[in-house]
Design a binder for this molecule. Structure first.
Ligand code: AMP
Length: 547
């Protein structure tokens, strides 16, 4: 028998109308580089989202599920686009402004974007691309930046503020199917073509509820979140939608993502929460060590996107800032796990839980697959590839008009997502990742975790960052190469570093090959780009010392 409950679609429109009315006084504050940041209330954002939707429909002719792209920093206008575009039934396509030009063009063409909303400061990136983007009919420009490159281009050009001015602040939002596409984001794909993940209204709605749960980020209208994670990377980890659900104030860094302005923002605006990848937290730590600022408002920080070294957590503990480790992927919306320890434990007892990737929330089912595809027990020691499923986890990639793509290496026959991440799960459901499947070091038939070696190295006082990769070895098949970024003023003493490592990993795992590098190469979303290091090694570009 069916239930007697109402069947109300879970849509972004409902998130928008709820946030702008019930939490109308909450604010989006955007850093401008001027003495005063820019502030806009959720009520104003809601009215302007309606104006944007009116303009997109009436002036630009956006109709049905056409794709409207954004090439923007994190700011109030980007939040307006986030809410307006899906609510009118179109699809928001966030473009990663750090991708190489050819990849960006490939993605726009693949998604068949009709409109692009761009920040003025990003026009130098967009304008040269436009001749290669035949589907783009309109360019909408917002915020400061030189417009001169736009004269004589094929698409029609609009000023964002002029487009909105005088339009109604209400919109007759259509009742949408909750399974309909709301937004899309292409994976930063290190191999092959980028893959489009398409989020539904329903997946965004359910994911936002989970983000706000106390056992996840636990945010309310008493919080302000410093959203460093870009809105072009997995919907800023779902935060703009989650914030509109519970009235969380948003502090947006716009293009001021360097450690010094971030430290200024925290000291001045006192956010209670922040979300960013470890690279940002490393940079900020170096900044406040050199020029102290008060970061203590940050009671609760979500750190993920790459493994968080325990040493970084300890360093922030000392500043009164608590980092909470999370794991996720573009394909998982992204919230997959969060490392909030079980209740009733002392600080000391919490530590072993905090340094894991965390446990799975309701809505994310997980299993571990062995090399023959068998399912492994959750015993804290059996390592396998993590597979997940759930209502905010991708079941396919966008394939354009030809239909969805379900590559065998990404989806199992019974529909689970193969994450490509290798790890163990404890009996109480805490996940510890040891590597990406492709980064595991296979030495003489045994696996060495590059992440374990990196975490141990980054705990050394002379080491700012460390990345360990597998390199070919005649005797063992593969061995670890340790590349190290030293702190200012430190000198390389490889034998000492090796001995330091020996305190936490087995001797047979200790790297023989060492190299000091100026910086760890990073991907477009700030993760270690190990394929670049492997290539540099293969091409003889690294100065390697063999112990
Ligand atoms: P992306 O889709 O670009 O966000 O990349 C997702 C990948 O980032 C995951 O499959 C992991 O390999 C990695 N990742 C994300 N969070 C973590 C974490 N907390 N620890 C280790 N790796 C992570």
């Amino acid at each position: 028998m069916l239930s007697t409950m109402q069947d109300v679609p879970l849509t972004v429109t409902r998130i928008l109308t709820h946030g702008m009315t019930i939490h109308g006084r909450s604010q989006v504050t955007t850093w401008t580089g001027e003495p005063e940041p820019h502030r806009r209330s959720f009520a104003e954002i809601g009215g302007r989202a309606a104006q944007l939707a009116n303009a997109l429909r009436d002036e630009l002719g956006v109709d049905g599920d056409q794709r409207v792209a954004t090439l923007c920093w994190n700011n109030a206008e980007h939040v307006e686009a986030y809410l307006a575009i899906p609510s009118m039934g179109a699809v928001l396509h966030t473009l990663n402004l750090r991708l190489p030009a050819e990849q960006l063009a490939w993605i726009v063409n693949h998604a068949d974007d009709k409109v692009v909303i761009a920040n003025g400061s990003l026009l130098p990136l967009l304008v040269p691309l436009l001749p290669h983007l035949p589907s783009i009919e309109h360019v909408v420009v917002s915020g400061p930046g030189d417009r001169s490159g736009l004269s004589g281009i094929a698409p029609r050009v609009h000023e964002y503020e002029e487009l909105l001015a005088g339009r109604p602040t209400t919109y007759d939002w259509p009742e949408l199917d909750e399974r309909q596409a709301a937004a899309m984001c292409y994976t930063s794909g290190t191999t092959g073509d980028p893959k489009g993940v398409v989020y539904s209204h329903r997946s965004i709605y359910l994911h936002s509820m989970q983000v706000n749960m106390t056992e996840s980020m636990g945010l309310t209208d008493r919080d302000t979140t410093l959203m460093v994670v870009p809105q072009f990377h997995v919907n800023a980890w779902g935060l703009p939608h989650a914030a509109f659900m519970t009235g969380v104030n948003m502090l947006m860094p716009d293009r001021f993502l360097q450690p010094a302005p971030l430290a200024d923002m925290i000291e001045r605006e006192k956010p209670t929460h922040a979300a960013a990848v470890p690279t940002i937290w490393h940079g900020l730590l170096a900044e406040v060590t050199a020029n102290p600022r008060d970061l203590s408002s940050l009671a609760n920080v979500t750190i993920g996107g790459a493994a968080c070294p325990p040493s970084l957590m300890e360093a922030y503990d000392k500043l009164g800032v608590r980092l909470c480790h999370a794991w996720g992927m573009t394909e998982t919306s992204p919230l997959g796990t969060m490392a909030n320890p079980p209740a009733g434990l002392s600080e000391e007892e919490q530590w072993p839980y905090r340094i894991t990737q965390g446990r799975f929330p309701a809505g994310v089912e997980a299993r571990l697959a062995g090399t023959a595809g068998e399912h492994l027990p959750w015993d804290g020691t059996s390592a396998g590839e993590l597979e997940v499923r759930g209502p905010w986890i991708a079941g396919a990639y966008y394939g354009g008009p030809g239909g969805d793509l379900r590559p065998e290496d990404k989806f199992t026959e019974d529909g689970w997502l193969k994450t490509g991440d290798v790890g163990v799960i404890s009996a109480d459901g805490f996940l510890t990742l040891t590597d990406r499947a492709k980064d595991v070091i296979k030495s003489g038939g045994e696996w060495i975790s590059s992440v374990d070696l990196e975490n141990a190295l980054m705990a050394h006082p002379d080491v700012a960052e460390a990345a360990v990769v597998a390199v070919p070895d005649e005797k063992w098949g593969e061995r670890p190469l340790a590349t190290v970024v030293l702190k200012e003023g430190a000198t390389a003493d490889y034998a000492a570093l090796r001995e330091f490592l020996a305190q936490s990993v087995a001797r047979w795992q200790l790297p023989e090959r060492w190299s000091v590098i100026p910086a760890v190469p990073k991907t477009s979303v700030g993760k270690f780009d190990k394929k670049v290091i492997r290539r540099q090694y293969a091409d003889g570009e690294l100065d390697v010392t063999q112990l």
